[in-house]
Write a protein that binds this ligand. Structure first.
Ligand SMILES: Nc1ncnc2c1ncn2[C@@H]1O[C@H](COP(=O)(O)OP(=O)(O)OP(=O)(O)O)[C@@H](O)[C@H]1O
Ligand SMILES: [Mg+2]
Length: 312
């Protein structure tokens, strides 16, 4: 697979704050790249730079083998951006919204009309083309936001949290659309705070934190790092009686977190020690009511790397 984007040592600061700290990465042609990170990690800043909407301090960005600064107009034509904050006009019809954005990419006349129709059909809003977005649900507005970004058939589509705060039906529609766009040949960079979406659609993942890239790879590769671990989540009463050190004499125990109504114990996968863990708890007068075992998940990879859950 060819690289559609190559980023080298990209840096961007806002006054004293380094939002993007000399990051380097590639985006492969035809892939869906999940771009993850906690709030303030620098995802939107990076994405806005790639879409040419934001200036950067230093570094290099090549789009289809050429520096983006060399041919800004032509490159813009090949990129579609779905911004984190909705960029639609509430008071003009859905169709006029799409036409307006598509016309910025020099589409005219019959082509403009046809591409607008296709984009609205694609997001399932053609039957609402004459209605104003102010009458739409949150999910419909998000779908219109996507139609505005894709009408000019860009090679690269960048989506910044396209499914935030919407109903499950619209979310499914959007996820299916993203996969369809990929089948039609587009490359997609995608940010979200929903890990199940990443599991479902991403071919590869980049994780950012504090302006740096802290992990990158396929889901399988990222999970390998924690495959030798399992996590017991044990619901119990009287956990006040417990200390972390009570568990460390048990073979295979790596980390213990005691909360009010539960105890989480991270263990080596290869050691059978659940009985000893439970006995330790019972000996301290805890009443155990439930046990769940979690094996490697992307959510845990993310938690291990950033200390936060993806959706905080
Ligand atoms: N226009 C701006 N002026 C000053 N600081 C900014 C600006 N935009 C972003 N920042 C700061 O840069 C850092 C990175 O922000 P960015 O919006 O890129 O994060 P993000 O990963 O997209 O977060 P989120 O998940 O909340 O959308 C944050 O500390 C943020 O406060
Ligand atoms: Mg953001």
């Amino acid at each position: 697979m060819e690289n559609i984007i190559e980023v080298k040592n990209l840096k961007k600061s806002y006054k004293n704050l380094t939002a993007v700290n000399e990051i380097s990465f590639c985006v492969k042609e035809g892939e869906i790249l999940g771009f993850l990170g906690p709030n303030g990690a620098g995802k939107s800043t990076t994405i806005n730079i790639l879409s040419t909407a934001l200036k950067y301090d230093s570094g290099e960005i090549n789009f289809m083998g050429r520096p983006i600064k060399a041919d800004m107009i032509n490159i813009k034509k090949n990129i579609g951006i779905v911004p984190q904050d909705l960029a639609i006009y509430e008071d003009v019809s859905a169709e006029k919204n799409v036409k307006f954005f598509a016309s910025l990419y020099s589409l005219k006349g019959e082509t403009l009309k046809e591409k607008t129709k296709q984009a609205l059909e694609f997001v399932g809003l053609y039957d609402r083309k004459d209605d104003k977005p102010k009458t739409f649900s949150g999910g419909m507005k998000r779908r219109l936001n996507i139609a505005c970004a894709i009408a000019h058939n860009p090679k690269l589509i960048i989506m910044d949290e396209p499914t935030v705060g919407i109903d499950p039906q619209s979310r499914n529609h959007i996820l299916t659309s993203i996969k369809k766009l990929q089948k039609m040949g587009a490359t997609i960079i995608y940010t979200t705070h929903y890990m199940e979406e990443v599991e479902e659609i991403s071919d590869r993942i980049i994780i950012m934190d504090h302006g740096n890239i802290i992990a990158e790879g396929t889901k399988e590769k990222l999970k390998e790092a924690i495959e030798d671990e399992k996590v017991y989540v044990i619901a119990a009463t009287n956990t006040d009686n417990l200390k972390n050190t009570d568990f460390f004499q048990i073979e295979g125990v790596k980390k213990v977190t005691i909360s009010k109504n539960s105890v989480e114990v991270i263990c080596l996968n290869t050691v059978e020690n659940l009985d000893k863990i439970i006995i330790t708890m019972i000996n301290k007068n805890c009443k155990v009511s439930n046990i769940t075992t979690n094996t490697a998940s992307l959510e845990r990879v993310f938690l291990n790397l950033t200390g936060k859950s993806l959706r905080d």
